[in-house]
Design a protein around this ligand. Structure first.
Ligand SMILES: Cc1cc2nc3c(=O)[nH]c(=O)nc-3n(C[C@H](O)[C@H](O)[C@H](O)COP(=O)(O)OP(=O)(O)OC[C@H]3O[C@@H](n4cnc5c(N)ncnc54)[C@H](O)[C@@H]3O)c2cc1C
Length: 458
């Protein structure tokens, strides 16, 4: 019998396993996919020019201490986000303007003042300690900023933040969830920043999945069972069994479930989770958080003075960044196709999705019809809603009123089952750092509860 069975080998599951092993627990990890990493997935380019990060990519070594420690320990090489050059805002299908990166785009003085007021209000709120407010949980983010007096253009900008940050529209989730997310992640400005003060400062030269692969090595490949989707989890009070679609059954004293809460309903958990846990987790949603990564022979946008960053109200790409890695001559624009526009785009066939993205890039960069923009050397797209073992991204979001209403049960242990995942993290929730943090916390919970159990039986 194992001391601990971990379901899922994303970063939270791997970290939970490693922390538990370090405390001396005999641990096994059961993963559905044929790889570790979950929502971090780096695919090698056919040209040999590095990797396309189809999931998580950006990190900050100082603000995110767990990621920082691993990067140093494993000697992983990083690339600083390139910011030099002009950015672009696409206001509608045929209107775009360029602006110096880092300044508020071309708003009227009244709109600029209004945007700064709303942004500063949320920033101040997101630096306050304490739990989210019930009143803010019953109102959508969109309504919240309109109640603060957001002008239409500013409400549109807030919607863009929601799409970029969570793959949802601002009218689809609560202000409390949004503000608390910022609170756990060092404030709105740190989340939005692409320089050393924020979450998008660096990327992994050899792909983000290298982090998961290295942690998996620490856990020990023989302790990780890949390609074993879990189909049922039984808590018998004295022990737990975890059964896979491949017919294997693992027996342990405790289990950690590290899959997104939106997917608990797909695991046959017996006895059933308490009704309030079922109610809150059944109502969580995952956003439409998709990437199209367009790789070129050379970074043509730089020679025209652009830094590759653009945002768009027109969509379907709502934000793009230069994700090149000089050392491997990898030159790419990563396009986020999120929220409602992403939902529509994901229904298209692959060649249509590619055509739509290239056409939009041409408009955004004001490129000629025969321009280099239309001549990528490789093109990747990834729709996380289509992934059977993710069903969307970035992290599950609770329904209106649920974040505060179910805080006493959401993510809390039930019998011998413990729950981890980036969604539960108190630091950098939604990020790789958050997944590591939650895995660490969940494993410590298990270690403590097993110690108690042992003492009770002495
Ligand atoms: C497009 C995109 C961009 C992102 N950008 C960033 C970024 O720039 N920076 C950043 O820090 N983070 C980013 N993230 C978020 C980051 O990737 C996640 O927060 C983190 O990887 C989540 O880890 P997790 O362990 O909580 O969940 P997951 O990675 O979802 O892990 C869950 C694991 O459980 C497995 N599983 C599911 N069902 C079963 C089953 N039935 N049986 C067994 N196993 C199962 C899955 O295969 C998976 O391996 C991004 C994510 C996406 C998708």
């Amino acid at each position: 019998m194992f001391d601990l069975i971990v379901v899922g080998a994303g970063l939270s599951g791997l970290q939970a396993a490693y922390t538990a092993q370090q405390a001396g627990l005999r641990t096994v990890v059961v993963e559905a996919r044929d790889r570790v990493g979950g929502k971090i997935w780096s695919v090698p380019l056919a040209s040999g020019r590095g990797y396309a990060d189809l999931g998580g990519a950006w990190i900050n070594l100082t603000l995110q201490p767990r990621v920082g420690a691993y990067v140093r320990r494993f000697g992983l090489k990083t690339e600083t986000q390139r910011l030099k050059g002009r950015a672009i805002m696409q206001e509608s299908a045929n209107e775009r303007f360029e602006f110096p990166f880092g300044v508020t785009p071309d708003f009227t003085p009244e709109e600029k003042k209004n945007l700064e007021f709303i942004r500063d209000h949320i920033q101040v709120e997101s630096l306050q300690p304490g739990p989210p407010r019930v009143a803010d949980d019953n109102v959508t983010l969109d309504q919240y900023v309109r109640n603060l007096g957001a002008l239409p253009k500013v409400a549109k900008m807030v919607n863009l933040w929601a799409q970029v940050m969570h793959g949802l529209e601002a009218s689809e989730y609560s202000a409390a969830w949004f503000i608390d997310y910022c609170r756990r992640n060092r404030g709105l400005l740190a989340i939005r920043a692409d320089d050393a003060s924020g979450g998008q400062h660096l990327r992994f030269q050899d792909g983000a999945q290298s982090l998961a692969n290295k942690i998996a090595k620490l856990v020990g490949p023989s302790n990780i069972h890949l390609s074993h989707p879990v189909t049922s989890v039984n808590d018998y009070n004295t022990h737990v069994t975890v059964t896979t679609t491949t017919g294997k059954t693992f027996t342990g004293r405790k289990a950690i479930i590290s899959i997104p809460s939106t997917m608990y309903r797909e695991l046959n958990i017996n006895p059933k989770l308490p009704p309030r846990v079922v109610e809150v987790t059944n109502a969580t949603v995952l956003g439409d958080y998709n990437k199209a990564i367009v790789c070129y022979d050379r970074p043509w946008w730089r020679s025209e003075g652009f830094n590759g960053y653009f945002a768009s109200y027109a969509g379907p790409v709502i934000l793009g960044r230069d994700t090149s890695v000089e050392a491997s001559r990898h030159y790419s624009l990563t396009c986020f196709v999120n929220g409602k526009p992403g939902r529509e785009w994901s229904k298209l066939r692959p060649h249509e999705r590619r055509a739509v993205v290239l056409k939009q890039l041409a408009k955004v960069f004001n490129a000629a019809p025969d321009g280099e923009v239309y001549k990528p050397i490789e093109f990747f797209d990834q729709i996380w809603q289509h992934e059977a073992f993710s069903r969307g991204a970035l992290a599950p979001v609770t329904a209106l009123g649920h974040y505060t209403g179910f805080a006493d049960v959401y993510g809390k242990p039930v019998g011998n089952l413990h729950f981890v995942g980036t969604e539960y993290s108190t630091e950098w929730k939604g990020y790789m750092e958050g997944a590591l943090c939650s895995g660490e916390v969940g494993a410590s919970e298990v270690v403590r509860s097993l110690e108690k159990y042992q003492r009770a039986n002495l």
